[in-house]
Structure formats: C-alpha cells, structure tokens
Design a protein around this ligand. Structure first.
Ligand code: FAD
Ligand code: SF4
Length: 471
C-alpha cells in the first residue's frame, strides 16, 4: 500500500468498519458489518502502540497474540498475521465477528479513553477473511498418532476447541453432533447477518482436514449413551451447550404465535425459514412482533423478526439499557434497524382470540430497586402501571439452561440445581473418571470465547491424562 501511515499513529480516529445501510439490511439476511479493506486495515493497525506489557492480549480469554498480529497486518504480511492468530485460536473469522471485544481486548486497550481502542475484532476478522479468500490458511501440523481416542459431545465452540487442541497433539478425535449442521449456536442461533454460514463451515472444515471425525445426527444419551461411548473412547468431553428455553411462566404462553427464542432462531436460521416457500420450513410472525429479553438472543430474535417484514417489532426489557447483557454493537444495530425498545417493561399476561392465537400482551412498567444476587438492581413492578401492546407473535428470549439429556442418562454425573454439569474449574473434570465438560453446559449460557477457553483448559488436562496412560 502506498502512503502507508508509519506506526504508531494512535490519534487517528478509531475506524469501526463499514456497515450495510440500516434500511436496506432490514429486508435481507446478508452480513451487516462489512469490515475493512486492506487500506483501512493497515491504517487501523498503524494506531497500535505495540505495548510491551500486552494488556489487550492478557484480557483475551484465549490470549490471542494481539500486538504481534496487528503489527504483521501493518506490515501487510497477512499470511503471517493469520498464522500468529492461529497459534492460540483456530477460529479467528468467527471470533472476529461475534466475540464481545468491547468487554475483553478492546476494553483493555490503552488507547480506549483518549482516542478509542484499536479495532482488534475488525482486524482479526479482516486477517482471517483475507487469508481464507487468498488460500493462505493451512491446517496446523498434527503430532504422530498416539493411539488414544477422545469423543466430544456437541460441535459448538467448546468441543471444536477441544478437538483442535487434542488432534494437534496426535490423539484421534470424534465429534458427535445431534443436529444436521456443525457449529452449535454458531450455526443454529447466531443469524447469518452476523455470522455467515460459509465462515463457520470453513473453520469446521479445518478440523476435518486435520483428521477429526465429525458425525452429525447423533444424539448422545439417546442414540448412544455415555456408558456405551466409554467402551470405545479413552476420554469423553461433554460440550452439549445450553439450549433449553427458560419459560416466562406467564398465563397464555401456550397461545399460537408464541415462540421460545430457541425454536424461532432454529427455524429461521438453521432451517432457513426466511426463504419459504423455496424451503419447507414455514414461519409466522404476523404484523406486530414482540420480543422479550435483553441479551444477544433477544437482539438476534428481534433483528431476525424485523427481516421477516412485519409492520413493527417491539422489544421489552425489564431493566434499562445500561443493564442489558447484549453486546453494545448489537443493541445499536437493532435500534438503527427500527426495533422499538420498551425499557423497564415486563409482560405479565398473554391474551388470545377465540381461535387460541395471540392477540395482545399485558405489560407492567418496572422501576429499579436494590441489587439482586447478580449485582444488578432488581426490577420492581410499579403499581397501577399495566398497559397493553397488540401482538400477533411473541418471542421469549429470557435465558437458556443446560441441555439435560446427558445428565439424565449418565449415572453418577454430578449436576447443580440448574442442571449444569459440575466440573473442576481449571481442568473441566467431572465427577466421573475420564469424563470432562465445559462451555455452556457447565456455565449455563456465556460467550464463544469462554466456551473455547474451557475447551483449551480441558484439552491440556486430557492430554496430561492420556500421556500418563501412553507412558
Ligand atoms: P453450543 O454452541 O450450544 O453447542 C452445543 C452443541 O451440542 C449443539 O450443536 C447441540 O446441538 C449439541 N448437543 C446438545 N446435546 C447433545 C447431545 N446429547 N448429543 C450430541 N450433541 C448434542 N456469544 C458470544 O461470544 N458472542 C455473541 O455474539 C453471542 N451471540 C449469541 C446469540 C445467541 C442467539 C445465543 C443463543 C448465544 C450467543 N452467544 C454469543 C453465546 C455463545 O454462542 C455460547 O456461549 C457458545 O456457543 C457456547 O458454546 P458451547 O460449545 O458450550 O455450546
Ligand atoms: Fe496495541 Fe491497544 Fe494492545 Fe497496546 S493495548 S498493544 S495499543 S491493541
């Protein structure tokens, strides 16, 4: 690139990358964030001070070598930049898109308060996309086969991280996935306008090229039990996620037109209902959609609903914007797309018509009281504040709990009161010898990076166990 800015140029304004126009994107499922071109990436990379104590890298749950890869982007050595990220993360095009950098690496960037942080997530995404499109990504080398066999249950980020790490160390890994597509929430939950399917498929395919066996349509606990798997595998890692919807327990939740976010997102994303009638999966949202919740799942549900072209989408959240657990960028995107936010509002009853279809939602206004167990101020209903919102459909996105099948079919596996598998934090060891677990089935709904972090920690412990057996 000619006229490349010399490093460091921290005071150049932070570049957040280009985005699809908010009105145009309301009617398509194409990616919203368009990212950087080479020139923008190199200019953004020039802002980095290459801090010796690496605060950004230390704040990253998987310790991506941030200053080094950003420096390589500035030098336009993108193959080397991609390899540098690969040293600690095999899924940079995914993480560059969906990780909450604003709470991890970018929050720790020394430039944050004066000029805005280096756009680390956008640079990671650019590097991974460039390397993928230009054939610069080679699967990492794997050690000679050890003869040890590991089964991973589920193919979400936590199992993918375990599979990658253990395969590199020469162990034979088989992944069992209940659905017909690999990737867990990355495929069935997060919409294509945030994470295109081909990105997930490419990064999953990397594992296949490394020799990981990926089996789909196998529900462990039903098609085959953990005890049966134990006969064929030295170690089992459970990464079955948290896909069990939390109901509101409000009267009327069984009316036609009321969905759990899980059903709604699976239908729209995984089954591609938005292409109906070109695909078999129908959908119904009607003219007025209400979404309940304040996390990423609620934002994704509301933004998917908006793309199905109703007249309006209203999001109800019982606290204020400051307490919303969703990524800031996703809240902004949702607002730009015209979703109406009703803060300090909770549904108390769903009313239907004579055919059992949802007609309107009785709501109550809340105020914030003393902090609850989560440290956030508890929402308290305001007396006499009831009001109604007309609605044809409603999506409940107020949280998920661990998938229960394995816990119910595996004797001796210790679980907590929410159904999460209890593990030793540093290793992922469960109450049963040779069985490890991590990600959302343990944490009960966290982030992609924490799921990967658990997977990497368990992989270290599993390798230690298997090496002891080998010697
Ligand atoms: P999952 O991704 O849930 O994968 C578990 C897999 O196991 C699934 O494929 C499931 O089908 C399979 N499975 C379950 N039971 C069985 C069984 N018995 N046998 C075989 N397979 C089984 N995090 C972020 O960092 N950024 C985001 O922007 C973000 N957005 C999100 C949006 C939505 C809609 C949701 C629901 C979550 C989001 N998250 C986000 C959270 C993040 O996706 C999860 O924390 C992460 O995917 C957890 O990874 P996991 O591997 O533990 O589980
Ligand atoms: Fe660069 Fe910011 Fe990391 Fe310092 S903290 S190395 S400026 S990205």
């Amino acid at each position: 690139m000619e006229n490349k800015p010399k490093k460091p140029t921290p005071s150049i304004k932070q570049n957040h990358g280009r985005h699809q126009d908010p009105v145009a994107r309301r009617s398509n499922f194409d990616e919203v964030a368009l990212g950087f071109g080479l020139e923008e990436a190199v200019t953004e990379a020039a802002r980095c001070l290459n801090c010796k104590n690496k605060p950004c890298e230390l704040a990253c749950p998987v310790n991506v070598r941030i200053p080094e890869f950003v420096d390589l982007v500035h030098k336009e050595d993108l193959g080397a930049a991609a390899s540098k990220i690969f040293e600690t993360s095999l899924f940079p095009a995914i993480c560059g898109r969906v990780c909450p950098q604003e709470t991890y690496c970018e929050a720790a960037c020394v430039l944050k308060d004066r000029f805005g942080p280096v756009s680390i997530g956008r640079l990671e995404r650019f590097t991974a996309d460039y390397a993928r499109k230009n054939g610069l990504i080679k699967p990492p080398a794997c050690a000679p086969d050890t003869g040890r066999k590991v089964a991973c249950v589920g193919s979400g980020p936590t199992s993918l991280a375990v599979a990658a790490e253990l395969r590199k160390l020469g162990h034979a890994v088989t992944v069992f996935e209940a659905l017909h597509e690999f990737g867990g929430v990355l495929s069935y939950g997060i919409p294509t306008f945030r994470l295109p399917r081909e990105v997930v498929r490419f990064e999953v395919d990397m594992l296949r090229k490394m020799g990981v066996r990926l089996l789909k349509n196998v529900m462990v606990g039903k098609s085959i039990t953990i005890d049966e798997l134990k006969k064929d595998f030295d170690v089992i890692y459970i990464g079955s996620g948290a896909g069990l919807p939390t109901p509101m327990n409000a009267p009327g939740e069984d009316l036609v037109g009321v969905y759990s976010s899980n059903e709604f997102l699976t239908r729209v994303n995984l089954m591609e209902a938005y292409k109906f009638p070109a695909v078999d999966t129908p959908y119904y949202v009607g003219k007025r959609v209400v979404v309940v919740g304040g996390g990423n799942t609620a934002m994704d549900s509301a933004r998917c609903a908006m793309r199905l072209k109703p007249e309006r989408v209203t999001l109800l959240y019982r606290r204020t914007r400051a307490e919303m657990p969703a990524r800031g960028e996703e809240v902004e995107n949702a607002m730009e797309e015209g979703i109406k936010f009703e803060f300090l509002t909770a549904p108390v009853e769903l009313e239907g018509d004579e055919k059992g279809r949802l007609k309107r939602v009785k709501c109550v206004r809340m105020e914030l009281g003393a902090p609850d167990a989560s440290g956030r101020r508890r929402p308290v209903p305001q007396k006499g504040s009831e009001f109604y919102i007309e609605a044809d459909s409603l999506v409940v996105a107020i949280g998920q709990s661990p998938n229960p099948v394995i816990q119910q079919t595996t004797a001796g596996l210790s679980v907590n009161k929410w159904g999460g598998i209890i593990t030793e934090e540093a290793t992922g060891k469960t109450s049963l010898d040779g069985i490890y677990a991590g990600g959302d089935v343990v944490r009960g709904g966290a982030t992609v990076l924490l799921a990967m972090k658990d997977g990497k920690a368990a992989a270290r412990a599993i390798h230690e166990k298997l090496s002891a057996k080998v010697n």
